[in-house]
Design a protein around this ligand. Structure first.
Ligand SMILES: [Zn+2]
Length: 194
């Protein structure tokens, strides 16, 4: 599995970063730099941005996404957090869920997800779980931050020791039966691996 994350709208920044790569190490909070997008990418990305913009007037958050396979639209997603009272109803997650229903599969190998904004950690993990081939985004986490969204703050939080988190404190408590679910899984011959 390979997932490329292509920041199409940051071509200039990417080129600049590459030019200074030997002297200025990339900041840990900066999006990964990979291959530039294609004209086809830009066309689908504009579709995602249109979905995001239209969603605002419809009562949703300013995020949209499209899943594409072989140049064909498989499914779209728009942010439904406030409309559905679902904090996980991000555009990318919505698009992945719809694409999986359409494909009849829990894996989206060979497909590309275009999203109006750099995926937050939740969505990026969802893209990995979905086995998408590529993710292409337009606005970045800093644009999202200016819009009032926590994407950038969450990335910075994940880079810190959990013991220093000032929100949603996470604790580990080992029980004697902690690994029992995995034992059950591994001995269940009829399991569906994923
Ligand atoms: Zn997200």
């Amino acid at each position: 599995m390979s997932i490329d994350v292509d920041p199409v709208s940051t071509t200039a920044r990417t080129a600049s970063a590459a030019a200074h790569a030997t002297t200025v190490p990339a900041a840990p909070t900066t999006a990964p730099t990979v291959a530039q997008g294609t004209p086809e990418d830009a066309r689908w990305l504009r579709r995602a941005v249109e979905l995001a913009t239209a969603n605002v007037a419809e009562g949703g958050g300013p995020f949209g996404a499209v899943v594409v396979a072989g140049g064909v639209e498989v499914a779209v997603g728009q942010n439904r957090v406030t409309r559905d009272l679902d904090p996980t109803a991000h555009a990318e997650v919505q698009a992945i869920r719809a694409a999986c229903r359409e494909a009849g599969s829990f894996a989206l190998d060979g497909m590309t997800l275009y999203t109006s904004c750099e995926p937050c950690p939740l969505c990026l993990a969802a893209c990995l779980w979905a086995r998408l081939d590529r993710v292409v985004f337009s606005a970045d986490r800093h644009d999202a931050s200016r819009g009032g969204f926590d994407d950038s703050a969450f990335y910075e939080l994940f880079a810190r020791d959990r013991g220093t988190w000032d929100r949603t404190r996470v604790h580990e408590l080992r029980l004697p039966e902690s690994t029992r679910p995995f034992d059950a899984w591994l001995t269940h011959a009829a399991r569906t691996d994923y």
